[in-house]
Ligand binder design. Structure first.
Ligand code: HEM
Length: 451
């Protein structure tokens, strides 16, 4: 059944003044005193399978439903028209669900908040300081040299570490690749994590990041970075932002901690893992991708950001992989004013969960949802609504690392596919489990066969 809400699939969804429905009339699963729907959620596989349960509820209750888990209540939205409506009504300072323990922790230590949890004008100031460097395509393209240096190390690591094509812990290797790349881009510091023996300093740094977070360590690298830069008078990522003059050193640090926390829940490594998996199960897509890489990147040369511009199939493979196997299934917003969405009026303070995974898994928006078919993104008469693809969120609070992550994965794939065929070692199902990001339920059944 479809819900009664959001029947408009047009640009003006939510513009209607005939807002017959209120929060109370939104459908949803049975809710019990104290527990809400928690028991049913647990019965359906618990928090690790919550994303599957949410997709099930969207199928049952439609594009918008209400969910109560204990005392936490949210309105779940899962349609491009509702995302678009929300986007069009977004104020200047959109808010995500508060992460209270994190705030309390940083308050206790008298540390500034990171982008992830900042709100209001403070968020906007920090965001705009980083926006230019991270979201402007021409700026991000300049990072390809550093990204490539680490990608070359990943290939050497695969060369050395694979036994009959299989890597012992591919996810860990990709985490190190992702970590090393971001540290190099942001701190201008190589740790050598992909070497066979990892230095004491690198281990200390990883430990600091894992214990969320001795900011003394990140401060140390920021200081070193800025100090070196002022001596060399050569621009680099951090000091360029610092010298714009809008952020203090204290404010630079938590932005990095939230990058670092991203490394704890490493979406880039995770998305890379899934694209490797999807290519292993779709050899014809893989061959087509290799042909594109070979036709655009001259033999013996490193792939560059400019090359990626001429590689529509590569970009489509990543999009398709993020649709079929997203890393982050949903994000949230807390409404800062009464808002009309579809034909519902939602009060200020309502927590919305924006379920991009449910949109990608809905036959109404994608034919044969389970099929990995990158071509769907390239068809001339493609009817895919732009808001049906939101793996990085939407609007002003969209992931600020999006372009960096995309470039890193795209270049990484060029490096890997030129040297290796990615082969499936079994065809049994691999489920995804929710653990901050969506991770495979078992070691990926893939092997890297040298070409
Ligand atoms: C926010 C996904 C990589 C830094 C987000 C959000 C999503 C997301 C869904 C929430 C957006 C929203 O609420 O609308 C991903 C995925 C990645 C990735 C799938 C990799 C494939 C990165 C990287 C960085 C990063 C590499 C760091 C350079 C951030 C930050 C925010 C954020 C700081 C908060 C932005 C704000 O509130 O203004 N990410 N992310 N992400 N991401 Fe990422």
């Amino acid at each position: 059944p479809t819900s009664s809400v959001c029947l408009l699939d047009s640009k003006d969804a939510g513009a209607s003044t005939d807002c017959a429905h209120t929060l109370d009339s939104i459908p949803g699963p049975s809710s019990w005193p104290l527990f809400g729907s928690l028991i049913e959620l647990i019965r359906r596989g618990g928090l690790r399978r919550q994303h599957e349960t949410l997709i099930h509820y969207h199928k049952k209750f439609g594009k918008m439903f209400r969910l109560k888990l204990g005392s936490f209540e949210s309105v779940q939205i899962g349609s491009p028209c509702l995302l678009e409506a929300l986007y069009r009504k977004e104020g200047n300072y959109p808010e995500r669900l508060e992460i209270k323990p994190w705030k309390a922790y940083r308050d206790m230590r008298d540390e500034a908040y990171g982008l992830l949890i900042l709100e209001g004008r403070d968020w906007q100031r920090v965001r705009s300081a980083f926006q230019q460097k991270l979201m402007k395509p021409t700026e991000v393209m300049k990072l390809d040299g550093k990204i490539n240096e680490v990608a070359a190390d990943l290939i050497k690591r695969i060369d050395r570490a694979q036994v009959e094509g299989r890597m012992d812990d591919l996810y860990f290797e990709l985490n190190k690749w992702s970590f090393e790349t971001i540290c190099y881009v942001i701190y201008d510091k190589r740790f050598g994590l992909l070497q066979d023996t990892v230095s004491r300093e690198a281990m200390d740094f990883i430990t600091a990041v894992k214990t969320v977070i001795s900011s003394a360590t990140t401060k140390h690298y920021i200081d070193k970075n800025l100090e070196r830069d002022s001596k060399e008078e050569a621009g680099n990522f951090l000091s360029d932002i610092y010298h714009q003059g809008n952020l203090s050193k204290k404010e630079l640090e938590p932005v990095l901690s939230s990058h670092a926390s991203k490394l704890l829940k490493p979406s880039t490594a995770n998305s890379m893992l899934w694209v490797i998996f999807n290519l292993s199960r779709n050899p014809s897509a893989q061959s087509k991708l290799l042909r594109e890489i070979q036709s655009v990147v001259p033999t013996g040369q490193s792939p560059r950001a400019e090359h990626i511009r001429n590689m529509p199939y590569l970009r489509a493979c990543l999009k398709e992989s993020m649709r079929v196997s997203p890393s982050v299934p949903f994000t949230s917003r807390t409404l800062d004013k009464d808002t009309v969405l579809g034909d519902c009026t939602l009060p200020k303070g309502t927590v919305l969960m924006l379920n991009s995974q449910a949109i990608g898994a809905n036959e109404e928006y994608f034919d044969n949802v389970k099929q990995f078919r990158p071509e769907r993104w390239l068809e001339e008469k493609s009817s895919i609504n732009p808001f049906a693809h939101a793996p990085f969120g939407i609007g002003k609070r969209m992931c600020i690392g999006r372009r960096l992550a995309e470039l890193q994965i795209q270049l990484g794939l060029c490096w890997i596919l030129r040297d290796y065929e990615i082969v499936a070692t079994d065809l049994e199902p691999v489920d995804s489990l929710h653990s901050g990001t969506l991770v495979p339920s078992r070691e990926l059944p893939v092997a890297f066969v040298p070409r």
